[in-house]
Structures are given as C-alpha cells and as structure tokens.
Design a protein around this ligand. Structure first.
Ligand code: CAA
Ligand code: NAD
Length: 308
C-alpha cells in the first residue's frame, strides 16, 4: 500500500551528482546509501544512480567525524559479510569529502542534514539558491521544520522537497517525501523515483508538522518521558513494556537516546512555539534538564541510559 519505486530499473536518475550537507548521524548514512546504490554490483538498486556523491561539512573536524562514521559503518557491514570488500572500495570511491562549498555548485540534487535550526537552514538554502545551477533540486532532511519556509528562502520553491530519512539510515527502509504547495509535480516524481533507486520505500506527505512518522512518534516519546518524570514507572519498565507489549524494536526512552535528546528537544520546542494550542506538543522538564547537562543520549555517551 506504500508508494514504492524500489523495483528500480537499471536506468539512472536525473541526479547524476548528489550533494549532502552535514555528515552527522543522518547525513553520513545518506551519503553511504547513495554511494552504495551507485556502486554495488550485487545490489537490486541501479548501479549508476550517481557518478559522484559530494559529502560536505562546514569545518574539517566535522568532516573527519563524518568520514569516520561512514568508514566504521562500512567496515561493520564487511566484517559481517553483508558487503564485499570490492563493493566497499567501490562505494567509498564514489564519495568526495570537502569543506569547500563551491564543490556543490554543479550538483543536481542537494540534501541538507544539518542541525535542526530554522535560521541556519534558511541561511544555508538562501546561499545555495544564489550559487547552485538553476536546474538543481534542493531537499531538507528536517524532522519537524516547515519545508515551505526553506523552499521560499532558497528562491526556487518549485524545485524544493522534504526528503526525510530515518535513523539508522543504513537500515531503515522508509523515506518520507514532502511536497509543498509550490513543489513542481515532475520534481516530486523524480525524487520519488530516486528514493526507489537507492533501495528505499517512499511515502508522500504534505508539509505538516512532523509529516507522518514524527507526528505520531514524537508525542509518544514525550509521554514516555512524562511517565518517568512523574515516577509512574522506571525507564527500564517503560521501554520493556513497549518492546514486549507493543512489539516495538526499541523502547521509547532508548529510542529518544538513539535519536539524540538535543534533536528531540529542537523538534518539540519548535512545535510548542509554532503551535501553542496543540496539547500533544509539550516539552517535559526531564528532557530540558538532560539537554542542559549535555546528556544528549548516544552521541554524548549519556542520556536516559549510559552508552559505550
Ligand atoms: N551501519 C551498518 N550496520 C549497522 C548499523 C549501521 N549504522 N547499525 C546497525 N547495524 C547492523 C548491526 O551491526 C547488526 O548486524 P548483524 O545483524 O550482522 O549483527 C544489525 O545491523 C542489526 O543491529 P543490532 O543487532 O544492533 O540491533 P537490532 O536488530 O535491534 O536493529 C535497529 C537495530 C534497526 C536500529 C532496531 O533496533 C530498530 O529498528 N530500532 C528503532 C529505530 C527507529 O525507530 N528509528 C526511527 C527513529 S525516528 C527518526 O529517525 C525520525 C526523526 O526525524 C527523529
Ligand atoms: P547531528 O547532531 O548528528 O548532526 C548535525 C550536523 O549539523 C553535523 O553534521 C554538524 O556538522 C552540522 N552543524 C552543526 N552546527 C552547524 C552550523 N552552525 N552550521 C552548519 N552545520 C552545522 O544531527 P542529526 O541527527 O544528523 O540531524 C540532522 C538533521 O536530520 C536534523 O534536521 C534532524 O532533525 C534530522 N533528522 C534527525 C534524525 C535522528 O534520528 N537523529 C532522524 C531524521 C531526521
């Protein structure tokens, strides 16, 4: 029942050169799956999706961090026999790492995956709109922000969509493709086709807060935090309950740590500000406290749990 283009043909997409901005939890995974689909000899995806994937970061230390994440994920797949060494080498050769924004100027599709901050994203898209070739399509991986605002900031709202991946990108099959009232239908269809070519399943959603998954998931994570905050149940029992009682692969507090408590907080704080009358959007005090203490979950080694 989902809209899927995953039975991809061997014909490529109109997006020969892909640019990805931000190589954090999400961006590094997006680079990796796009490069894999552009190189793998055994994958069901097309083998010529992109001739090159530009992996851009704003500074050298973030860039090194992104490269390390990709290398460790690829090594993990090779060590478990899920990727051959040849395919690993081939996918890595498709990636160009850079801190030079000029490298994005002739990209065909650019996906932004920087921190969930509306000002930073709007400024970035304004700059991209002025420097990138006029046919380039822009996309944001935002979890919660208004795609229409970014589309307008870019100066090319007809060529703008949300492309929302899920964490971990290497394993999660879904991608939400978000259209605004300005999105050109051909652009939308091309992006849906691309999602299938990289081996994911695309669903379509209008530009609404949290799209489909986060609109349902994030209020659930906040409720789980409130249960713990009130002392109704322990962290472990809340998580175990949702795993064994609702069949979720991870309990909600484990998942919030996995997503990043800073990202969870950016998402709900933005919604509270923009939709103050929606009772399902609120920020539990326990979340605020953890973020203030830099206990951001897996990325800082401590959140609701301790992480190695
Ligand atoms: N790269 C390569 N391999 C990876 C990997 C990565 N990044 N992460 C995990 N793997 C591998 C593991 O090495 C393991 O390999 P083997 O089977 O060979 O041992 C395999 O994948 C499975 O991993 P695990 O054994 O660690 O654990 P698992 O079976 O529980 O699966 C999971 C992990 C897929 C993450 C699963 O726990 C799950 O689905 N969790 C829920 C994730 C979820 O809900 N994500 C959405 C978050 S919300 C979001 O993303 C939107 C937003 O905007 C906030
Ligand atoms: P992250 O914290 O792992 O990475 C954030 C990235 O932003 C880093 O690459 C960093 O270099 C960059 N960055 C930080 N400050 C910056 C600045 N001032 N200017 C430019 N770049 C800057 O975050 P993430 O989890 O990868 O999230 C990235 C985007 O993806 C966000 O919009 C988030 O909402 C969305 N998202 C996150 C998840 C998740 O589970 N974490 C899932 C889907 C979508």
């Amino acid at each position: 029942r989902t809209r899927s283009h995953s039975s991809a043909s061997t014909v490529g997409t109109p997006f020969d050169k892909l640019g990805v901005i931000g190589l954090g939890l999400m961006g590094h995974g997006i680079v990796q799956v796009a490069a894999t689909a552009s190189s793998s000899s055994s994958s069901s995806s097309s083998s010529n999706v992109h001739s090159e994937v530009i992996a851009y970061e704003s500074n050298a230390s973030y860039l090194d961090g992104g490269r390390d994440r990709i290398l460790s994920s690829v090594e993990r797949l090779v060590s478990r026999g899920k990727l051959t060494s040849n395919d690993a080498e081939s996918l890595l050769s498709k990636i160009t790492y850079t801190t030079d924004r000029d490298a994005l100027d002739d990209a065909d599709l650019i996906i932004e995956a920087i921190v969930e901050d509306v000002e930073l994203k709007n400024d970035l898209f304004k700059d991209l709109g002025s420097r990138c070739k006029s046919s380039a399509i822009f996309a944001s991986n935002t979890s919660s922000l208004c795609v229409t605002n970014m589309a307008i900031a870019s100066g090319r709202p007809d060529k703008f969509v949300g492309i929302h991946f899920f964490n971990p990108v290497q394993l999660m099959r879904l991608v939400e493709v978000v259209r605004t009232e300005y999105t050109d239908p051909t652009v939308f269809e091309d992006v849906m086709g691309w999602v299938g070519h990289i081996g994911k399943v695309g669903v379509s959603c209008r530009d609404t807060p949290g799209f489909i998954v986060n609109r349902l998931l994030v209020p659930n994570l906040m409720q789980a935090m409130s249960l713990v905050e009130r002392g109704d149940a322990s962290i472990g029992d809340v998580d175990l309950s949702m795993q064994l009682g609702a069949g979720h692969p991870m309990g909600p507090l484990h998942l919030a740590d996995y997503i990043g408590l800073d990202t969870c907080s950016f998402i709900v704080e933005g919604w509270v500000k923009d939709f103050p009358n929606d009772a399902s959007f609120y920020v539990p005090a326990i979340l605020k406290q953890k973020v203030e203490r830099n206990e951001l979950g897996r990325k800082t080694g401590k959140g609701f749990y301790h992480w190695d």
